[in-house]
Design a protein around this ligand. Structure first.
Ligand code: ADP
Length: 274
């Protein structure tokens, strides 16, 4: 279905009580197939502003595809996605919903930041320049404004002294801190975290998770994370969504999902990873 379903539809996994008009992210009937495989199966979900949602579940269950859809890196085969009330997937023209064009995608992408497993910093630019480039080019900030924002964020992530370094001169943990600061420099409404610690040496993981927990507490950014770090999921989340075969089979606050899961599949998964 291209047109949005009834917004009062029940049974939609939602992160945050009293979901309704204030929702920030809304998936309605989203289906994604790759080749003959249905990776997401008519998925509905909503996330309220300022919530921290963690997607867990077995490998291949569709979690990363959710993030890639939100980044507009892939498009759904069916259904609609809205962020802040605006369609990501479609735009309204003459009262009809049509697939979104490039210009529309560039606009909606401004609301969404992503931190990847492998950092994806610009290797030939200084750390500071990594943080100022997009705010200047995409948001139209002056160099001075962007630099000031970059300095504040580098302080926040504990790298105030490394503004002039190249990414290659930093440890993996430091590079991931730069990537987090770079995403925040765009002041996104939503920050997507895709297995952000899985490429790090084990001794660097805790520091990055601590930083993200601090950011979750001290900013009003909405977080959607995919992680295998169940301790982190427990600490940072308001809501944990358990995926299996392209569907959310169970969701709720971390105490419930980790402490008293209802579904056998969730119990199996947790006993395998914990
Ligand atoms: P998860 O993050 O839960 O491990 P993914 O969302 O990455 O799962 O992937 C779900 C399924 O979709 C997997 O079976 C994966 O192989 C498949 N898939 C993901 N992206 C592509 C793609 N670009 N082309 C083909 N298959 C893909």
């Amino acid at each position: 279905p291209i047109l949005p379903a009834d917004a009062s539809a029940t049974g939609t996994p939602e992160a945050g009580a009293g979901a309704g008009s204030g929702e920030l992210i809304r998936f309605e009937g989203v289906t994604k197939r790759f080749g003959g495989t249905t990776v997401l199966d008519s998925l509905d979900l909503t996330v309220l502003p300022n919530r921290h949602v963690t997607l867990i579940g077995p490998s291949g269950s569709g979690k990363t595809t959710i993030l890639r859809l939100l980044m507009t890196l892939v498009r759904p085969d069916e259904g609609t996605i809205r962020v802040g009330g605006e369609y990501l997937t479609h735009e309204e023209r003459g009262g009809r919903l049509v697939p979104a064009g490039e210009r529309h995608l560039r606009e909606v992408r401004k609301n969404i930041g992503m931190v990847f497993q492998h950092f994806h910093l610009f290797p030939h630019m200084s750390v500071e320049r990594n943080l100022t480039e997009a705010p200047v080019r995409v948001l139209g900030l002056s160099r001075d404004e962007a630099r000031e924002r970059a300095r504040e964020l580098l302080e926040l992530v504990g790298l105030g002294e490394r503004a002039d370094a190249r990414p290659g001169q930093l440890s993996g943990g430091q590079q991931q801190r730069v990537a987090i600061a770079r995403a925040l420099a765009m002041r996104p409404k939503v920050l997507l975290l895709d297995e952000v610690t899985s490429a790090l040496d084990p001794e660097l993981v805790a520091g990055v998770l601590e930083l993200l927990t601090d950011i979750a507490r001290s900013t009003d950014v909405t977080l959607v994370s995919v992680t295998h770090e169940m301790g982190f999921a427990r600490d940072i989340s308001d809501c944990v969504m358990m995926f299996d075969q392209g569907r959310v089979i169970e969701y709720g606050p971390p105490d419930k999902i980790f402490g008293a899961p209802e579904r056998e599949r969730t119990r199996e998964f947790l006993s395998a990873v914990l």
